[in-house]
Design a protein around this ligand. Sequence first.
Ligand code: SF4
Length: 243
Amino acid sequence: MGRIQSIQSFSTFDGPGSRCVIFLQGCPMGCIFCHNPESWDLQSGEELDGTTLMRRLERCRPFLHQPGLTISGGEPLMQPGFTLEVIRKAKTSGWHVALDTSGWGPAEVFQRISEACDLVIFSIKHPLTPEKLAPGADHQNILTNLETLAGLKIKVWLRYVLLPGWNAEPDCLAKISVIAKGLPNLERLEVLPFNSLAVDKWRELGKDSPLWRERLPKVSEERIIQAEQQIGWHKSNCSSMGV
Ligand code: SF4
């Protein structure tokens, strides 16, 4: 059985093409900019077995050009057995499966689940001191899982939410560049702007974050382009691994 926060029947943001997204309950990272804080509690949400979940997903299939499924959260590795079961069931039924992860989780679990997918979307919070933005992050664990990922024949997308004043300094972006160049299977790197739309959710949940007190200005498109240039990653940096 798994704990599901929600199912989004159509997304063009969470992987290639159009796809369904499952948001699983449970996340230990505690990111101070999280857009989905209601997903943190592993005991909340709807309890479903894998077969019932797949039956619901199949109802979305006619609306998708090619069936794509992204397993997100929360952190899907908080429910490793259920996540793996859903990935295998979906693959058997012909879905393209992506895992959307923060890189949290024991190395062997991370590897087993990543290997079962077609794509891993790895969201890096802070490349030098992640615990600054995500109090539940373990930097060494994240680096180990990135190393594991570099050795797999699975496509990888890196995502980086840019928070000026927190993780946009040149040393952070230089480290992102090093990480990107160390992933021969990297297909895409996305720098995304932080926005404060989740502030009301945090307030409703009685949670607090230093970001909401700071009132960070909106991150402009120019700032994103500048960050991408500082990272200096381009698809041509990748060697072809046939993934
Ligand atoms: S890893 Fe994702 S779900 Fe978890 S706290 Fe961070 S942003 Fe929120």
